[in-house]
Ligand binder design. Structure first.
Ligand SMILES: [Fe+2]
Ligand SMILES: [Fe+2]
Length: 433
């Protein structure tokens, strides 16, 4: 979202609904009671909740795939339960805390409005449900609380997904699953943590100050999991670089393949998870070359059948290394299949057509194109036009037709962009470029 004027009409309509809902929620829970003579008491409790929520909002955990979660929902759920008789107080916690981090991050006005409207609506809607069911006996309390958590979850995730789907033109269901499938347990866990926060608060608000400690630990746990995951990818990428740097000629190859692959995956509107897998697979596709002898890897002439057999093992070796990392199992499958062909005549498994994972088809095209465009010991780099012609000729046989056509389209767009602005650098430098 760069500027409000640049948004498409569908996104503007979604924004209008989000703002309207936020306005109604604020009016109903806060303004209307105040006009009716209701007094707003700024208590220690309210200040504590605002401070905790604001601090939590300021330190989100950003996942590599683009997800961002914060533990501020612990305190917002707590506020809903604490102020279940007076949703206006819980709305204030949402409004003030969100306003602070939006202003600290100097967001544009329409983003501030949206990011304030979303949690305010979620807090007021879920609080209203809890009030409607009531809590006069344990059965009502359990059902009311469960519904409150469900409504909060939906109000927290659905409008935002509607907005993101309208911005990138994806169907709602696709955007919803790809945005939240990977973090649903974390989000639900945070909501239940909020319930425990309320139980401690009910015992004593003073005691709940100590609850900041497990909340910080929870945030750090999510942070560490994400860091460990990234560390394993970074360590493997570093090994991959060492292998690549054995050969001056293939320097930058994995980075180029990774960048091409990510761009194609984005253009094909794959989910953030799949885009991440394809990007990492591009980076690690030749990791298995660690097991290929130098005299084969750097042979200036054509390989003999026996040497080719050894060279082809790099798909298996890469797969065998990566499959041991639980977060890289899918990446391992893409790496194994990066020399497969659409017509099933590739290696190591000879899979093709619909059996060929789309991520592997993407890496295959990116790999082949970058190899064509690079100098090799036994031949010079191919000119752009010929490389693109080769790709076009192999669509539906060597390469996945949609993936290959998308790649060619991207390259043609790059050429156009470079023609109109020669300063444009689209891909990282390539030895042949
Ligand atoms: Fe390879
Ligand atoms: Fe390669």
């Amino acid at each position: 979202m760069s500027g409000y004027r640049a948004l498409n009409p569908r996104a503007k309509r979604v924004l209008a609904i989000i703002w309207l809902a936020g306005g109604v929620a604020t009016l109903y829970s806060l303004v209307w009671p105040l006009l009716g003579g209701h007094r707003l008491s700024v208590t220690f409790a309210l200040l504590l909740l605002i401070i905790c929520t604001t601090v939590a909002d300021l330190f989100p955990v950003t996942f590599e795939q683009g997800y961002e979660i914060t533990v501020s929902n612990v305190f917002l759920i707590g506020a809903i339960m604490i102020y279940r008789d007076d949703p206006g107080q819980a709305a204030i916690v949402a409004i003030v805390s969100t306003l602070v981090w939006q202003l600290v991050n100097r967001r544009a006005w329409f983003k501030v409005l949206t990011n304030v409207a979303l949690p305010t609506t979620a807090v007021v809607a879920s609080s209203t449900v809890l009030n409607l069911v009531g809590w006069r006996d344990p059965a009502h309390l359990v059902i009311g609380t469960a519904l409150m958590l469900l409504v909060y979850f939906l109000a927290d995730t659905v409008p935002l997904t509607l907005l993101l789907a309208s911005l990138d033109g994806r169907p709602f269901q696709v955007a919803y699953v790809s945005n939240y499938a990977g973090v649903v347990l974390e989000l639900v866990g945070i909501e239940f943590f909020g319930l425990i926060f309320y139980i401690v608060w009910a015992e004593s608000p003073w005691l709940s100050v100590l609850f900041v400690v497990p909340t910080v630990i929870l945030r750090q746990a999510y942070f560490q999991v994400e860091r460990l995951r990234n560390d394993s990818v970074r360590a493997l990428a570093a090994i991959s670089d060492v292998i690549e740097n054995r050969d001056e000629m293939t320097h930058h190859h994995t980075q180029s393949v990774s960048t091409y692959a990510r761009r194609v995956a984005e253009r094909l509107r794959l989910s953030p998870d799949e885009i991440w897998q394809v990007t990492v697979a591009g980076q690690l596709h030749d990791l298995g070359k660690i097991a290929v002898r130098d005299d084969i890897l750097f042979k200036p002439g054509a390989l003999t059948d026996a040497e080719m057999e050894l060279m082809r093992k790099h798909c298996h070796v890469g797969y065998d290394i990566l499959r041991h990392f639980s977060n890289l199992e899918k990446v391992a499958r893409l790496v194994r299949a990066h020399h497969e062909r659409y017509d099933g005549r590739g290696y190591p498994d000879g899979i093709g057509g619909t059996q060929l994972p789309i991520g592997a088809a993407i890496v295959a095209v990116a790999d082949a194109f970058d190899a064509m465009r690079s100098d090799r010991p036994y031949r010079k780099a191919m000119p752009m036009g010929r490389a693109l012609d080769t790709l076009k000729k192999g669509l539906g046989t060597q390469w996945h037709p949609v993936v290959g056509a998308t790649f060619v389209q991207l390259m043609l767009e790059d050429i156009d962009a470079q023609r109109s602005d020669p300063e444009t650098v689209i891909n990282p430098p390539n030895v042949a470029a």
